[in-house]
Write a protein that binds this ligand. Structure first.
Ligand SMILES: C[S@@+](CC[C@H](N)C(=O)[O-])C[C@H]1O[C@@H](n2cnc3c(N)ncnc32)[C@H](O)[C@@H]1O
Length: 337
């Protein structure tokens, strides 16, 4: 993590010039941004401006890794380079089968190029089981799978081998959090270690956020992360199956319901509708065939509404990210009347 000055996006360019002229800008790292703010890595703080700890990509580190990778695998470097993720101080690589003989060499190159990375893992297949956990192989560095990840100013401890986690949803978490208004009650179904819940609570101090999660390991981290961010009393982690917990405790509770499952999420739309107040907003994540488009996702929401006797008003639906060549992840934001 590096120290960064945070400013609203519209003030970004002016701040970049200011930091640069003061010689404070840390040229070794890329600035980053979310929906609202730009984060400029700095070598020291600047009076009058909030500084935060962020995870920043080192310019030289990335360049260095790409060069080394090209030296090891030639033209195939691009595929590996464009698909690796960094979660805290752990790098996760996707190595095609034909390059497995070189995987240790690739991992060592990454450690050498990027001093911030302490562990290199390789993805073993996709997400598995009800808890959506992935298996990893250890490639280089320290032999562990636990780390601390920072996003939108929120710190999260998590173990990649025990819980679901994806840094690729960071932008989406920022987008949802921006929409949450003061006084809202928010229910995050399928909450994992708490990223959606914690980012919302970070951006909207006056919201009550509940996260429900089935995996006990994820709930243990979620509770720890609530404490780590001083959000006790504002965020609550609940262990259990949403199909049981919602009817028991949260029927008609929420101004906003999040459904970041997204595999088979349509099976849970009835529960989400039960949790949503009249006029409440539901964010429904689902996979659809690319050629069927957003309409297919919207129809799932409307069908569930018909079944529950609730009128559905679609606010917006968008592609969140491509999932495979034929499948895309869509979010449908809708109001349940
Ligand atoms: C794709 S992950 C999303 C986790 C988290 N929202 C995130 O973005 O990191 C889905 C999560 O839902 C949990 N889950 C699956 N079925 C559930 C159920 N019936 N009730 C509550 N949680 C469930 C899994 O254990 C998993 O952690």
């Amino acid at each position: 993590m590096v120290k960064a000055i945070r400013v609203p996006r519209k003030k970004g360019e002016a701040m970049r010039r200011k930091l640069s002229s003061l010689g404070i800008l840390d040229a070794d790292y890329f600035p980053s941004h979310d929906e609202k703010y730009v984060y400029f890595p700095v070598v020291k703080g600047l009076r009058g401006y909030k500084s935060v700890e962020v995870q920043a990509r080192g310019r030289e580190a990335r360049k260095g890794f790409k060069e080394m990778l090209s030296g090891i695998v030639g033209k195939e470097a691009e595929g590996i380079f464009s698909s690796y993720d960094i979660v805290g101080d752990i790098a996760v690589l996707e190595i095609p089968d034909n390059l497995r003989a070189k995987e240790k060499e690739i991992a060592e190159a990454l450690l050498k190029a990027d001093q911030k990375i302490k562990v290199v893992l390789r993805k073993e297949g996709g997400m598995e089981g009800e808890y959506r956990v992935r298996r990893f192989s250890f490639l280089a560095g320290e032999n562990r799978t636990e780390t601390i990840y920072v996003e939108h100013g929120v710190r999260m401890r998590l173990d990649l081998a025990k819980v679901y986690f994806s840094p690729r949803l960071s932008h989406e978490r920022g987008r949802i959090a921006e929409n949450v208004k003061a006084g809202e009650t928010v229910l995050v179904m399928f909450a994992g270690v708490g990223p959606f819940a914690l980012v919302i609570a970070k951006k909207q101090k006056d919201a009550k956020v509940i996260g429900i999660e089935l995996n006990p390991e994820a709930v243990r981290y979620f509770e720890e992360n609530i404490e780590l961010n001083g959000m006790e009393g504002r965020v609550e982690a609940v262990l259990g199956d949403v199909r049981k917990v919602v009817p028991e405790r949260f029927a008609g509770f929420a101004d906003r319901v999040l459904m970041p499952l997204p595999k088979s999420a349509e099976d849970f739309l009835g529960v989400a509708l039960l949790a949503a107040k009249k006029g409440g907003t539901i964010h429904f994540y689902t996979f659809v065939n690319r050629k069927d488009g957003k309409g297919a996702a919207e129809r799932k929401a409307i069908e569930a509404g018909n079944k529950a006797g609730r009128k559905i008003e679609i606010i917006e639906s968008r592609e969140v990210r491509p999932f495979s060549p034929s499948t895309v992840q869509i979010v449908v934001d809708f109001r349940a009347i």
